[in-house]
Design a protein around this ligand. Structure first.
Ligand SMILES: *[C@@H]1O[C@H](CO)[C@@H](O)[C@H](O)[C@H]1NC(C)=O
Ligand SMILES: *[C@@H]1O[C@H](CO)[C@@H](O)[C@H](O)[C@H]1NC(C)=O
Ligand SMILES: *[C@@H]1O[C@H](CO)[C@@H](O)[C@H](O)[C@H]1NC(C)=O
Ligand SMILES: *[C@@H]1O[C@H](CO)[C@@H](O)[C@H](O)[C@H]1NC(C)=O
Ligand SMILES: *[C@@H]1O[C@H](CO)[C@@H](O)[C@H](O)[C@H]1NC(C)=O
Ligand SMILES: *[C@@H]1O[C@H](CO)[C@@H](O)[C@H](O)[C@H]1NC(C)=O
Ligand SMILES: *[C@@H]1O[C@H](CO)[C@@H](O)[C@H](O)[C@H]1NC(C)=O
Ligand SMILES: *[C@@H]1O[C@H](CO)[C@@H](O)[C@H](O)[C@H]1NC(C)=O
Ligand SMILES: *[C@@H]1O[C@H](CO)[C@@H](O)[C@H](O)[C@H]1NC(C)=O
Ligand SMILES: *[C@@H]1O[C@H](CO)[C@@H](O)[C@H](O)[C@H]1NC(C)=O
Ligand SMILES: [Cu+2]
Length: 766
């Protein structure tokens, strides 16, 4: 009967495969409507329900994003002439106006949140934050404000949001360091058009007829891009412009032509050309370039491809046929029904002893608060802080690029997920919402929540002996499963997949994976040290991804320490081994970190790092804690929690690397971290040694990194004894195996079709 369930699913998918363009969610609807047609007679049980059971969060979600109404009210308050901000609407704005860049949620201070969570008081007030570009000021700046309390009322104020920035200018950033928005791009366009028009005959001759007369000129068949930083300390601004062939795979079809322009200040008539790079040479002026061109010194042995489809992530039959590949791949199904509960309103989730609240901001994406296991707090907050990509190369774009994806509002790039492929069938899909000007944008189905089989048991043991032919007395095995919350942010070329997996044993895994297009460079045979050739004219540019996270541990409460258990080899003597004399043995050298610091994993993982609470011991007298276990490359830092140190980075830091608005290093001011409220900051990352297999896109199988927090003497024993999803197998007197399923049998169900199965198959083929 189970088979029928599975047959149905397979049929459903077959149907989709045969239709040209099934709408998103089609397969899910098919699955659900089929399940709904189930019968319920005495011989069958119900098929799994497709909705998660509801629960009710114990507290308000005080970290929830501000509502559409709040955003509109804040927008109107800022634009009211009484605010004194003298704002222009962004669509009408030029560099010398004041206008709103974005409005987002300002997170509640922990010192206000904890009394609410653990006490009976009212919820702390909510606030919004807004970045306003103040190009109309005497000294033009970008200034961030905090607006609240919300909802907007007579008590609400607009104040400078300075308290969380330690760079000396509070929430202000000089004009040159501010976000490079469309208004700034537009201001540089006339200079670019002037230079590129003058050089059109040269670009046309060198690059298959390609020219740039302006982004909206119909003769133009080059696209341009420039990265960050666009300033070093806010006293200057520049663009290192790279040109590419446009099209759906433009990231992979760069050409060898770069303009370096200075665009300091709000007066675009002062912007000037710093030089041109092509053919591995630097030309200070257009005249120098023209002289080299006319002397026949410029040219290539090969061209960039004009095929816009070669790197699309679609089916490429020319790669061959694999046996049985026409069959649908294995899929995870929740046969017993959903085992997690949701408070959809408050974005609160409960699963197998875990509970937590979900939050979201436009800059940081999904965030987690008040993570508890079996009723005890493990983490106050777990959130991404920054997604950095640092490039290397011999051309100005690659050599001069560091991306901070929070600058590009990474959260707004979290987009729709394809059920059954990006996330398992039956996943709960949640929308992401953020605000643009006075409107609220919904990215539908951008977060998925699912429980899946781990693919291996959580634990098992077979006790040998006994008389049966199986040769054991008993065998115990426990099913492994975890709940994952996932979102994928497509920040331009890259598709970062962020997973947070809550395991049934109380461990919590943070994983990041990267796919999407390489940011590539034009290929030169003598520049192999910055990456391999991946197409006739394309080099995959060498780069590293660094994903920084914040883990604000509260092991039971916020009096925590970081314990280091170092594996050391020590010479010792023992009276019971007189023949050995002095012999070497390993032992643990256990210490507690006393001061805030940044540190690296020890080579060969020879030290274990645990956040412990010395005031809480388990039954065996061990301090209760959570271990931090690395995978891949990651680095750590530990600081005291402060309300004015909520984030590791500022979204506008990228253009201020020499004079940061927010300097993470200043967090390390020698404060004690013993039995204090400590925050662990950690990096996940991958050095991307680019390869031909990054075409069409980087593969999630290779580009990933993760970290696990797991109980370390937090309990008195492993938290698998209370799981009934297990089998206890004992041979009986006849030598047959008897299974104890603890009442959790493989669910079975029966589905009847309104039409005979044959007819469905016919429908499928037409
Ligand atoms: C199916 O039938 C059983 C027993 O007859 C009953 O307990 C159960 O509630 C029914 N389920 C549904 C979904 O109708
Ligand atoms: C308001 O801003 C505009 C620029 O957008 C500026 O010209 C004008 O002087 C400002 N008014 C005041 C009162 O500051
Ligand atoms: C650019 O456009 C010109 C004029 O239409 C055409 O001759 C040339 O082939 C195009 N080049 C590229 C690279 O698209
Ligand atoms: C939002 O602002 C635009 C002007 O930019 C205005 O036309 C529109 O009515 C506003 N919408 C609301 C809901 O206030
Ligand atoms: C999610 O977004 C879709 C499309 O905008 C909308 O129809 C749906 O009601 C939203 N769901 C929730 C729970 O807000
Ligand atoms: C944490 O609990 C211990 C007792 O177990 C207490 O001494 C300590 O003050 C508490 N810390 C905080 C921050 O509440
Ligand atoms: C142990 O003693 C041996 C011989 O005395 C010496 O070579 C070795 O370095 C010592 N090892 C450690 C870990 O101190
Ligand atoms: C143990 O660690 C301390 C520093 O925390 C160090 O001084 C000491 O040498 C270490 N002991 C051994 C045997 O490595
Ligand atoms: C907490 O631990 C410290 C030592 O680590 C001890 O001095 C203090 O008495 C403990 N407090 C409680 C309430 O257990
Ligand atoms: C958070 O705490 C800081 C002090 O560290 C204070 O300046 C700020 O106003 C508080 N923010 C909110 C939203 O209450
Ligand atoms: Cu990469």
């Amino acid at each position: 009967m189970l088979l029928q369930c599975l047959t149905l699913v397979t049929l459903g998918l077959g149907l989709v495969a045969s239709s040209a363009l099934p709408p998103l969610g089609y397969e899910r609807r098919l699955l659900r409507s089929a399940f709904d047609k189930r019968t319920n007679d005495s011989t069958t049980k119900a098929c799994p329900s497709t909705e998660a059971p509801a629960t009710f969060a114990p507290k308000e979600n005080i970290w929830a994003p501000i509502s559409a109404d709040d955003n509109l009210a804040v927008w109107n308050l800022l634009h009211d002439s009484a605010s004194g901000l003298n704002l222009t609407l962004p669509d009408d704005a030029v560099l010398t106006n004041n206008y709103v860049s974005w409005i987002d949620t300002l997170h509640t201070n922990k010192s206000d949140a904890i009394p609410y969570l653990d006490g009976d008081g009212p919820a702390p007030p909510k606030y919004a934050r807004a970045i306003i570009f103040e190009g109309g000021k005497e000294v033009p700046v970008s200034q961030e404000y905090m607006i609240g309390p919300l909802p907007v009322g007579p008590e609400s104020t607009i104040e400078k949001l300075d308290y969380m920035y330690n760079g000396g200018m509070g929430g202000a950033v000089p004009f040159n360091g501010r976000y490079f928005d469309s208004q700034r791009s537009a201001a540089t366009e006339p200079l670019i058009v002037l230079v590129m028009t003058e050089l059109a005959d040269i670009t046309s001759a060198l690059f298959q007829g390609a020219v740039y007369y302006g982004s909206s000129d119909e003769r133009t068949n080059l696209s341009l891009t420039s990265g960050t930083p666009a300033s070093y300390d806010g006293t200057q601004a520049f663009r290192n412009i790279m040109f590419r062939f446009p099209g759906p795979t433009t990231y992979m079809t760069p050409i060898d032509f770069f303009l370096l322009i200075d665009c300091t200040g709000t007066d675009s008539s002062l912007y000037f050309l710093k030089g041109i790079v092509t053919n591995e040479r630097f030309f200070k002026t257009t005249e120098e370039l023209r002289a080299a061109f006319e002397a026949g010194e410029l040219g290539y042995d090969y061209d960039q491809t004009l095929d816009a489809d070669w790197a699309l992530v679609d089916y490429k039959p020319e790669l061959g046929v694999r046996a049985l590949e026409e069959r649908f791949a294995p899929s995870s199904l929740e046969l017993g029904g959903k085992r997690y509960k949701l408070d959809k309103e408050r974005k609160y989730i409960e699963y197998m002893g875990w509970s937590f609240y979900l939050s979201f901001t436009r800059t940081l994406g999904i965030m987690f608060y008040d993570i508890k296991f079996k009723g005890e707090r493990i983490l106050y907050e777990l959130s991404l802080q920054e997604a950095t990509a640092q490039y290397g190369g011999f051309q100005p774009k690659a050599a001069g690029t560091v991306y901070h994806d929070t600058y590009y509002s990474l959260g707004t790039d979290m987009g729709v997920l394809v059920e059954g492929f990006d996330c398992p069938f039956g996943s709960t899909l949640w929308n992401v919402t953020y605000h643009e000007a006075n409107t609220t944008v919904v990215n539908p189905e951008a977060i998925c929540i699912f429980e899946a089989d781990s693919g291996f048991p959580l634990s098992r043991h077979r006790t040998g002996g006994g008389d049966s032919e199986y040769g054991f007395q008993n065998l115990g095995t426990v099913k492994g499963a975890q709940l994952t919350v996932r979102a994928v942010a497509t920040v331009g070329n890259y598709d970062y997949m962020f997973d947070y997996s809550f395991h049934v044993d109380g461990s919590l895994e943070t994983i990041v994976r990267a796919s999407g297009y390489l940011q590539s460079s034009f290929y030169f045979a003598d520049q192999g040290k910055w990456g391999p050739r991946i197409q006739a004219g394309t080099q995959g540019s060498l780069h590293s991804h660094i994903l920084t996270y914040k883990a604000d541990f509260d092991i039971v409460n916020s009096s925590n320490s970081l314990e280091v258990s170092d594996l050391v080899v020590v010479n010792q003597t023992q009276p019971w081994f007189p023949e050995l004399g002095s012999f070497a043995q390993m032992e643990l050298n256990i210490s507690t970190m006393t001061e805030e610091q940044q540190f690296n994993w020890t080579p060969n993982n020879q030290a274990m790092y645990c956040v412990i609470n010395k005031n809480e011991t388990n039954k065996w007298g061990q301090a209760r804690g959570y271990r931090i276990t690395p995978f891949s490359k990651s680095h750590l830092a530990v600081t005291r929690q402060h309300d004015n140190e909520p984030y590791a980075n500022s979204v506008q830091n990228i253009n201020m690397p020499f004079k940061p608005q927010q300097d993470f290093l200043k967090f390390f001011d020698g404060e004690s971290i013993e039995q204090e409220d400590i925050v662990v900051w950690f990096n996940l990352g991958m050095h991307h040694f680019t390869r031909a297999e990054d075409v069409p896109v980087t593969l999630y199988t290779e580009a990933f990194s993760s970290i696990t927090f797991s109980p370390q003497n937090f309990f008195d024993r492993a938290q698998d004894g209370d799981l009934r999803n297990r089998r206890w197998v004992v041979p009986n007197e006849e030598g047959e195996l008897e299974y104890d399923a603890y009442g959790v049998e493989l669910p079975t169900c029966e589905v009847t079709f309104e039409e005979p199965v044959d007819e469905i198959l016919t429908v499928q083929e037409t």
